[in-house]
Design a binder for this molecule. Structure first.
Ligand SMILES: O=C(O)C(=O)C[C@H](O)[C@H](O)COP(=O)(O)O
Length: 209
């Protein structure tokens, strides 16, 4: 996990991707990498998601490709078989905790309340995903959590557009942010690789800001 959080320092904005056609995966990977991003997340929301993870890694071997929307242990198994470099969940059930802990790659479990934060820290997870971040109070909520839970680190996602990224990354307990704005489902469906590279460049610039 430590190597992963170090990597996030240089590439803290993670595009959250929903891919409908596996043939879009390779040009998408190239477009994001060209814009300067190193870490991406593919949601397991479409039948093409697992093959897309494999295809993105094949197209751009240096890209770190994670799987999101892991809801049950079977999703985790499938994501690991597809070669996922890290795992993200929107929420975390008891049944998921042990498999997540032993899967062998960095895991960012989803939380939404202080009790869930504490439970996941007790489970041994270091970086947590506040989801859906904006709806659960946004950057102000994460800042408030640093009082009683200063050791928790967050990678929030959900409703975080380009205009909100800075306010999250300014917090010392935030190590990254996820968002679909960098490559929207519409841009992917339209093959707008130029627009995606431009957005990726804007996202990459937050690391240097
Ligand atoms: O599927 C998952 O595992 C998720 O957690 C969902 C994503 O994090 C959000 O859908 C991000 O999308 P935006 O809110 O549009 O930036």
């Amino acid at each position: 996990m430590q190597a992963f959080t170090t990597l996030l320092k240089s590439s803290p904005v993670i595009p959250v991707l929903t891919i409908d056609r596996v043939e879009d995966a390779a040009p998408l990977a190239v477009a994001l990498k060209q814009g300067g991003l190193c870490v991406v997340e593919v949601t397991l929301r479409t039948p093409a998601a697992l093959d897309s993870i494999t295809a993105m890694k094949r197209a751009v071997p240096s890209l770190i490709v994670g799987a999101g929307t892991i809801l049950k242990p079977a999703d985790l198994d499938a994501a690991m078989s597809a070669g996922s470099d890290f795992i993200v969940t929107p929420a975390t059930t008891r049944a998921l905790v042990a498999p997540l802990k032993s899967c062998g790659v960095p895991v960012i479990p989803g939380v939404a309340t202080p009790s869930e934060v504490l439970e996941r820290l007790d489970d041994g997870f270091e970086v947590l995903k506040l989801f859906p971040a904006e709806q659960y109070g946004g950057a102000a909520t994460i800042a408030a959590l640093s009082g009683p839970l200063p050791h928790a680190r967050f990678c929030p996602t959900g409703g975080i557009g380009r205009d909100k990224v800075e306010s999250y990354l300014a917090l010392k307990n935030v190590v990254g942010v996820g968002g679909s704005w960098i490559a929207t489902p519409k841009q992917i469906a339209n093959g707008d690789w130029t627009g995606i590279t431009e957005n990726a460049r804007a996202a990459a610039a937050f690391a240097r800001a």
